[in-house]
Design a protein around this ligand. Sequence first.
Ligand SMILES: Cc1cc2nc3c(=O)[nH]c(=O)nc-3n(C[C@H](O)[C@H](O)[C@H](O)COP(=O)(O)OP(=O)(O)OC[C@H]3O[C@@H](n4cnc5c(N)ncnc54)[C@H](O)[C@@H]3O)c2cc1C
Length: 510
Amino acid sequence: MEDRDSIEVLICGAGAAGLILAVDLARRGVSFRLIDKLAGPFAGSRGKGIQPRTQEVFEDLGIIDRIAAAGSHYPPLRDHHDDGGSTDSQNIVIAPPSAGEPYRTPLMVPQYRTEAVLRERLAEFDAAPDYGRELQAFAQDADMVTAQVAGPDGIETIRCRYLVGGDGGRSFVRQALQLGFSGMTLGVRAMVADLVLDGLTRDAWHRFNEGDMARQISFCPLPHSDLFQLQAPIPIDGETDLSVAGLQAFIDARLPGDTVTVRNVLWASAYGMNARLADHYRVGRVLLMGDAAHVHPPTGGQGLNTSVQDAYNLGWKLAAVLAGAPDALLDTYEEERRPIAAAMLGMTTDLLEKAKQGDMRRGRDVHQLDLGYPGSSLSLDLPDRQEGVRSGDRAPDALLHGAGGQPLRLFDLFRGPHWTLIARSVDAASLPPASPSLHVYRTGADGEFHDHEDQLAAAYGLVDGALLLVRPDGYIGARATVADSDRIADYLKTVQVSGAELEPRGMQRE
Ligand SMILES: Cc1cc2nc3c(=O)[nH]c(=O)nc-3n(C[C@H](O)[C@H](O)[C@H](O)COP(=O)(O)OP(=O)(O)OC[C@H]3O[C@@H](n4cnc5c(N)ncnc54)[C@H](O)[C@@H]3O)c2cc1C
């Protein structure tokens, strides 16, 4: 039995949520371990829709180009009719970027590729998931969590300041905390499988028997592979044969003649759909994120994306509290993220009802660009604002020019783990000092950058004397004028950002 020295954060589960949190903590110099009970990376394609807001997060984490290269846009949906004809429709609209929204089209990236890119990013911080390690028990006191982890060499005791359960829908962490998982079983079961097959073209997402829940079946070509993702509703009860022969028989029962020949099955699963939400996301030093905190139908492609956003909200708060910010900052994680998940449960359940009628159209509501935290205790508007972007809203992008004339994007200034303070036509002496966790920029007269075609002013309503404070996760923390700069300084202290903050502690991987 081994007892390693303590670390700051133990992340249980190296799925999408666990990997995002690990990358975020790594770039902040927080010591962590990322464990997973699987022997190696998960091989299935399941969460393949990468929504525009998630693409913004991926830009910040330095992986958007790798993700885009690993994926593609969604192909048209091709409905095959009983008479042998077919109709194409673009159920996922491809929209060009705008000044405020550089990503406006969902990408299709198999989840095994997204997670591979995240592991590659993690490797750049000299970190990696520890596979073959299962969390089996934990206890917490006022200062630490002590976890028992079963691995190849027996039971290991890991001492950490915080434990984060990103351990999926059947979460051990959630159950060990005895947290309620309120909601319902939706009475819908589905099959999903990654197949190599003959008989279908790769230029469309093929759907047969639209709107007939007993016979509907679809095949989506997965980019940069010879795979199709099969999706089909199946009866609630009964055995499902997921072998090549079993899936061939399943397909033949729903398609005419020899339409499809299955050559290989790389991954397959039959699962019942639920809509459930954990009663709490935090108990002391233990937190939940991703599917461990919320499960829902896959319609609308929200699960992986919501898991990414959970981890992205939690990462900077954990790092700040570990660096000395008030513990209450961690309570804002549940305050901000749980209502978002509650709303998402309703939306995906509605989309499931529409999908049962054959309606697969997706609009802006699944892009997650309009989600935010305006009512959060972290959102400060001085004075109160009723119109335009408010504190808690997602901070839109804008085109700028550096003082030297070079083109610049506002997101260039946000990129990284820091807070960003933008002041318009404000004297430098009136502003808090810059620090590793606070970048300070001035625009307007004598500013370091200038607005391009008034995009910044239009997007934010910035007037002379205005201060705009943007959180590390790209939401507006505070808006004020220079007359209220003391309030901004107080705000920054509550999130452990000041000129006198601790120096970065450097990566301390165990
Ligand atoms: C058919 C299908 C289609 C989907 N489509 C989409 C989509 O288009 N878009 C979308 O956003 N989402 C989609 N999803 C949902 C998406 O796959 C999940 O929401 C996402 O994987 C959740 O990530 P996670 O990290 O929270 O959990 P998971 O990916 O489930 O990862 C949890 C990890 O924890 C590990 N673990 C569990 N218990 C322990 C333990 N005790 N100790 C150590 N490790 C443990 C597991 O091995 C696992 O690797 C789809 C899902 C399905 C089934």
